[in-house]
Design a protein around this ligand. Structure first.
Ligand code: S3P
Length: 446
């Protein structure tokens, strides 16, 4: 892909309504579970970012009929649990860890073989965290050194159910095991010490699987009965809180701003950033709180917040805001005092090493950052005091790219990015949406 160098200039107050796209996690799951159901699943509000489009292509390669009706409306004619066909080409999941890990799980207990690859970021990320539990079902994996893609998965011909305690807080690993458990006879049990996003559990129940969740001494115990017939579903994908984070944080930082971000899912396993911002003193309110499709939803209203202070973010909250630490570190740079973010080792194995990527760019822009293996801290400079003026590297990571563009909106000098093209993986309308609020983003080659 061609690099898109970009610059974010300091801007006037951000005003208006920011309608962010559909939730990435729920979009992937809608396509994958739709492909495993019998009949037609209809989806509205699907995120049409590169990551999800790669998953749509993959589901076609496994035999499902996936139709784009335009404007976020899609349908999937599924092949049923255990019904995946063997793909005749390599499955390219692009930049998406969620895509590749969930799809590996979904095909792992089918008697087929598939080879997976991705871009340079995805091919550097650890896959053993998924292939280790899949081996318990009888699945084989042959990949590169260190359990990296490209990798071939030989599905179990005679799968057995498993009991697995997930060793790291990861919804992708939990979900891969549950999706594999669908085609194993008997009960598959997954235990997670810390609660991670629970979309797979909620959606499996919606598709008619027998699944229970209990809070036990060792954590959340999820029990799934294998070989269900999944019923197709009509799914309205809620807007993504992880994408909402960008216009919300921009509004908190740019003097005079007042932005409404409507219809954001506030599932407690996803909403940790908003709680944290409010603890820091952000003027962030929830309006029109309601329940949609069984999920809490609200319109978020964010206004310029000059009095934010640094806090210690509770490590127990990390899983519920794991994708939001890059943009939180930007907010922390404009707060007063130190923001300490601990218990976040997982940030080192995301689309990039997100602690290193943000620390480098923030330091280049004049912000003091300290970091260790599983923690980092940002010393706030107060509103209006971040120098900016550097070119930051996005490291093929959409959230790093967008975080630095938010940094530039309130800095003393513009902030540039070596490559904004990764933004399209999760937030393809980021540039026009932010420009509509008043942000000054420019592609440098224009
Ligand atoms: C996701 C889980 C998280 C998150 C990712 C989406 C999901 O990854 O970072 O963006 O949809 O299950 P981990 O499972 O690696 O924490």
């Amino acid at each position: 892909m061609t690099a898109i160098p970009m610059t974010s200039f300091p801007c006037d107050p951000l005003k208006g309504v920011a309608e962010v796209p559909g939730d990435k996690s729920i979009s992937h799951r809608s396509l994958i579970l739709g492909a495993m159901a019998v009949g037609e699943t209809r989806i509205t509000g699907l995120l049409e970012g590169e990551d999800v489009l790669d998953t749509a292509r993959a589901m076609r390669a496994f035999g499902a009929e996936v139709i784009d009706h335009g404007d976020g409306s899609w349908s999937v004619h599924g092949v049923g649990v255990g019904g995946f066909a063997e793909p005749d080409q390599v499955i390219n999941c692009g930049n998406s860890g969620t895509g590749v890990r969930l799809i590996m799980g979904a095909m792992a207990t089918c008697p087929i073989t598939a080879t997976f690859t991705g871009d340079a970021s995805l091919n550097g990320r650890p896959m053993a965290r998924v292939t280790d539990p899949l081996a318990l079902f009888g699945t084989q994996a042959i990949g590169r050194d260190g359990g990296r893609l490209p990798m071939t998965i030989v599905g179990a011909h005679d799968p057995v159910p498993v009991r697995y305690e997930v060793p790291m807080p990861s919804a992708q690993v939990k979900s891969a095991v549950l999706l594999a458990g669908l085609n194993a006879p008997g009960k598959t049990v997954v235990i997670e010490r810390e609660a991670t996003r629970d979309h797979t559990e909620r959606m499996l129940a919606g598709f008619g699987a027998e699944i229970t969740v209990e809070d036990g001494e060792s954590g959340r115990v999820i029990t799934l009965t294998g070989r269900p017939e999944l019923r197709p579903l009509d799914i309205a994908v809620p807007r993504d809180p992880s994408s909402a984070a960008f216009p919300v944080c921009a509004a908190l930082l740019v003097p005079g701003s007042d932005v409404l971000v409507p219809g954001i899912g506030l599932n407690p396993t996803r909403a940790g950033l908003f709680t944290t911002l409010r603890e820091m003193g952000a003027d962030l309110t929830y309006e029109n709180e309601r329940t949609e499709g069984g999920e809490p939803v609200a319109d978020l209203r964010a206004r310029f917040s000059p009095d934010m202070v640094g806090i210690e973010v509770p490590p127990a909250r990390a899983a519920s805001m794991i994708d939001e630490y890059p943009v939180l570190s930007v907010v922390a740079a404009y707060a007063t005092g130190v923001t300490m973010m601990a218990g976040v080792k997982e940030l080192r194995v995301k689309e990039s090493d997100r602690i290193a990527a943000m620390a480098d760019g923030l330091r280049a822009c004049g912000v003091s950052v300290e970091d260790g293996d599983d923690w980092w801290s940002v010393t706030g400079m107060g509103p209006g005091n971040v120098p900016g003026g550097a070119t930051c590297a996005s490291h093929l990571d959409h959230r790093i790219a967008m975080a630095f563009m938010i940094l530039g909106m309130a800095a003393q000098k513009p902030v540039s990015l070596d490559d904004g093209s990764p933004i399209a993986t999760s937030f393809p309308v980021f540039e026009p949406l932010m420009a509509g609020l008043g942000a000054q983003l420019r592609r440098n080659n224009r």
